[in-house]
Design a protein around this ligand. Structure first.
Ligand SMILES: [Fe+2]
Length: 405
């Protein structure tokens, strides 16, 4: 719902749909954006803007002082107690139940991506309805149990980098958006933007996109144009929201102005585009490419943490780490006891104590015939006093962790 409110009623996480003044009368890159912090509100007030329009479907509403109940848009940041609330009607289910549905959703979305991208390459219109259906299915699966699709998203064929990357970024973005407490309509739009964020690469020569060695300066300049091509494709697509279009256009912008295409800085990049930037980099560096090995998830999270405050908003990076866990679902880890296991559920209280599915005993180098689960957060029960010693490379042990999900 669009509401006109006094700027004194503004607070972080409200979504400005219109600043109610001419473009040249304010310092922001656009007329609509999510308010990140109190400094942004002060900036709006300092520019003499007294009233603005907010969209309560995309952000917080004005607090209802007649009741002590918190708004349905409340965020994880405000409660500061972990994941945002699930919409009514979405019940959490165990991993082994969700994984069956998640596999089908993954296969279906990969097929859709191939068809849609092939169509657009041939000059046909982008089939937005198909994309919408797949993103809705992904969102529902993530709400039931995010670890199923996050784990499966890591399993991919090296020859399908673009589709696999797009799908994985979509899954992580939906999970992150839900963690940040956005409402389901906004999450759906963010999921579409994430799935299509690199669609512009279809207009770039495959020899450059799939090059086995480091790109030359000229080739890098060519690659950078995928954000403009992406905007053009989505702009021509009937019913495509501006949020998804901006995600495709701005996902390589960085907080310190070192990104492209416009070198935007801090508040000029909306919160959800910053979130997409984090998710995109995380997935890209943890994915094996033809010319380089992948970083382990824990290493990738350390890199993101290091870039917090320069390329990325540090509090947003911390939230992402809390959202996916220090050992994300699908990670292979070794325990103090010498057992090797796959993280299947991060738990909520202690990111260092997820539930691990034991698949191998390093002490005798034997694969476990009947894998079993250990919840490291429990004080009692089988192996519950064990602890994670390190992340392990699946290649080193010739294991495919995703197969155990
Ligand atoms: Fe990109």
């Amino acid at each position: 719902m669009i509401k006109k409110i006094n700027t004194k009623q503004l607070r972080p996480r409200m979504y400005i749909s219109n600043l109610n003044c001419a473009w040249l009368d304010h310092p922001f890159i656009g007329n609509n954006f999510m308010i990140k912090d109190a400094a942004t509100i002060q900036k709006i007030i300092d520019y003499g803007i007294e009233e603005v329009y907010i969209n309560t479907d995309y952000g917080l509403d004005v607090p209802d002082t007649s009741t002590k109940d918190k708004s349905r848009h409340d965020t994880a940041e405000e409660s500061d107690s972990g994941p945002g609330k699930k919409p009514a009607g979405t019940k959490p289910v165990p991993l082994n139940e969700e994984i069956v549905r998640a596999k089908k959703i993954k296969d279906e979305t990969m097929k859709t991506m191939k068809t849609v991208l092939d169509d657009v390459k041939l000059g046909k219109p982008l089939e937005k309805e198909r994309i919408e259906q797949d993103v809705a299915a992904i969102t529902e699966s993530v709400l039931r149990n995010k670890d199923a699709l996050i784990g499966l998203g890591r399993l991919r064929n090296i020859h399908e980098y673009t589709y696999g990357h797009s799908l994985s970024v979509c899954i992580l973005m939906v999970a992150f958006a839900r963690y940040l407490g956005f409402d389901s309509r906004f999450i759906q739009e963010l999921g579409i933007g994430a799935l299509l964020h690199d669609i512009g690469t279809i207009h770039i020569s495959p020899q450059i996109v799939n090059k086995n060695t480091k790109l030359s300066e000229a080739e890098y300049e060519t690659i950078k144009r995928h954000v403009e091509y992406g905007w053009d494709i989505l702009e021509k697509t009937s019913g495509m929201g501006e949020i998804s279009m901006k995600m495709a256009y701005q996902h390589h912008e960085r907080l310190d102005g070192t990104g492209y295409p416009n070198g935007l800085k801090s508040d000029e990049i909306s919160l959800h585009v910053q979130a997409l930037g984090i998710v995109d980099v995380y997935d890209a560096v943890t994915t094996k490419k033809r010319y380089r090995a992948s970083y382990q998830p824990t290493e990738a999270l350390k890199m993101l943490y290091k870039w917090g405050g320069t390329r990325f908003d540090s509090s947003l990076v911390k939230k992402f780490i809390r959202c996916i866990g220090i050992f994300p679902a699908g990670s292979l880890v070794s325990l103090e006891s010498g057992l090797l296991g796959v993280v299947i559920n991060q738990g909520t209280d202690d990111l260092l104590k997820p539930t691990v599915r034991i698949v191998m005993n390093i002490n005798n180098n034997r694969v476990i015939g009947m894998p079993y689960d250990i919840d490291l957060s429990k004080q009692e029960g089988r192996g519950s006093r064990d602890r994670i010693m390190s992340y392990e490379s699946p290649e080193k042990w010739s294991l495919q962790p995703e197969m155990y999900l």
